[in-house]
Design a protein. Structure first.
Lengths: 248, 263
């Protein structure tokens, strides 16, 4: 379980996270939605330990990662599989080497077992036989799927997806949504998706948390969010320019 | 006004200097932490070292040649042209070739490091995310991006300097023989009378520090790149200028510090 308690973060004079509280449970997909500048990416970086908060705590399996040293932090980070918005595949490595990257670093495996794991992971995302290609030869959707394969190859305890459907056509976005549901289908796995794509959020989430102005202003199952009475949340989910939300 | 003109640039300079030292320290420490990135190191040894051989060859042969010619005519005014080999050998190995090799690498390699890393950084968030991705695989980005480059240049810069020393002396010998008609045996005998192993070694010690400078400065300005294509150009230029200036200034201090450098 991930517990985020009273998280505050400012950059210079700008308050980005303002006393954020959120509990994320295993066995279900928790989606954090919010507009541009709402603090989604900053929260994402805090959860994986890339940023330290000004105050507050992030407990992962009851261990506060905000106070950990570099070595302990890498131990916690080892539990994560990340799917970045751009895919973040390493340009200089082939698709197969990208998928193998996390396995080789973290697990002592024989070469044959690694190859098998690469093939299995690529199969899971519906992209067999592309292990020899370079990332520059892939389309946007393929890059995202390879990034998912790379994340699951490591057999993580926590999977995080940052804007997984941004920049994709609706059909490819749906393929990614299905993949997210598939790879998160495990009672032990904590899945976190950060997005502003409401179609995706409604489809994949067990729980949706709405981030605005550095705080979670609403949390609930998709139907609760869809029928919310909160005017700010309504404005966001209906995509209206006019409303109580301050647009930056 | 005073704040904008003096205080802020000074504070920026101090901050950058500290960051460069920290980056250099982290990169060196990371070299010795497993796993050793052999593949990346070998790739940089080839791209930044082996592929620099032609340019170092040309620079060295012509520098040796022109130094031999100018030294001959200069010494001739005092009737001391027999010492051409000595002057050429000592000044090339101690000063000229290490510094010029450093400057050539600053132009060629420091620029490419800052451009390679910088281009990726400014192409939206692609590399920033690649760097973050490294972290999530438990890999220190400095170890992955900077250490292999530092390792490669710590090895290649002194080796290229040694190669340059040899080629420059050959160039000088050739010019002495063909252009000013000095007996090659005389050139050789004067060269070996004056040249000591310490002269060559002091040049190589300097070369190690110049290699470190080129790799760290190039990587630093690459990592700090912002502002689109214009930013990459600015980072590349800044990296070359800063690396060159540090090489020239540090050369002076090395000459003062190294016990055998002033003999």
């Amino acid at each position: 379980m991930i517990q985020i308690k009273d998280l505050y973060k400012s950059f210079a004079q700008k308050k980005v996270l303002d006393g954020l509280n959120l509990d994320i449970e295993p066995g279900q997909i928790t989606t954090i939605i919010g507009g541009s500048g709402s603090g989604k990416s900053v929260l994402f970086k805090h959860i994986i330990g890339l940023l330290k908060p000004d105050s507050g705590s992030i407990l992962i399996d009851d261990e506060d990662i905000t106070t950990l040293g570099e070595k302990d932090l890498y131990r916690i980070v080892d539990k994560f599989g990340m799917v970045f918005q751009s895919g973040a595949l390493f340009d200089s490595l082939t698709v197969g080497e990208n998928v193998a990257f996390g396995i080789k670093k973290n697990k002592k495996m024989a070469a044959a077992a690694i190859s098998e794991n690469i093939a299995l992971s690529l199969n899971q995302v519906g992209l067999p036989d592309i292990a020899h290609l370079m990332p520059s030869e892939l389309s946007g959707g393929m890059k995202k799927r390879v990034a998912i394969a790379r994340a699951i190859a490591k057999k993580p305890q926590i999977i995080m997806f940052d804007e997984p459907t941004t920049g994709l056509d609706p059909i490819m976005a749906d393929i990614i949504n299905e993949l997210i549901i598939k790879v998160s289908d495990d009672k032990e796995i904590i899945s976190i998706v950060i997005t502003h794509d409401m179609v995706s959020a409604y489809k994949i989430s067990a729980k949706i948390a709405v981030l605005y102005d550095g705080k979670i202003i609403e949390i609930g199952v998709p139907d609760e969010i869809r029928n919310t009475g909160n005017a700010m949340v309504r404005q966001f989910i209906e995509g209206k320019a006019d409303g109580p939300m301050k647009i930056r | 006004m005073l704040r904008n003109l003096i205080l802020l640039p000074f504070l920026n300079f101090v901050r950058s200097s500290i960051e460069i030292c920290v980056l250099a320290f982290k990169a060196i420490v990371s070299i010795f932490e497993p796993p050793l990135n052999f593949r990346r190191i070998i790739s940089h040894l080839y791209l930044d070292g082996i592929k620099s051989i032609p340019v170092i060859f040309l620079m060295s042969v012509f520098t040796g040649g022109v130094l031999a010619m100018q030294s001959y005519f200069g010494l001739q005014r005092f009737g001391a042209e027999v010492f051409t080999g000595s002057l050429v050998g000592v000044s090339l190995t101690k000063e000229l070739i290490p510094v010029l090799t450093g400057l050539m690498l600053a132009g060629r390699v420091s620029a490419s490091y800052s451009a390679e890393i910088g281009t990726m950084v400014v192409t939206t968030m692609v590399v920033t995310e690649q760097v973050d991705a490294l972290f999530t695989f438990g890999i220190n980005p400095v170890k992955y991006l900077v250490s292999p480059r530092v390792t490669a240049l710590l090895i290649m810069c002194p080796l290229l300097t040694l190669f340059g020393d040899f080629m420059a002396i050959m160039g000088g010998r050739l010019v002495a023989a063909l252009v000013v008609n000095q007996n090659p045996n005389l050139f050789d005998s004067q060269l070996f009378v004056a040249l000591e192993i310490w002269d060559v070694l002091s040049g190589m010690v300097k070369a190690i520090s110049f290699g470190l400078t080129v790799a760290v400065i190039g990587s630093y300005f690459g990592l700090k790149t912002e502002g689109g294509a214009k930013g990459v150009g600015r980072a590349t230029t800044t990296a070359v200028v800063v690396a060159s200036v540090i090489i020239l200034i540090s050369d002076f201090f090395w000459s003062k510090i190294l016990p055998f450098s002033l003999r």
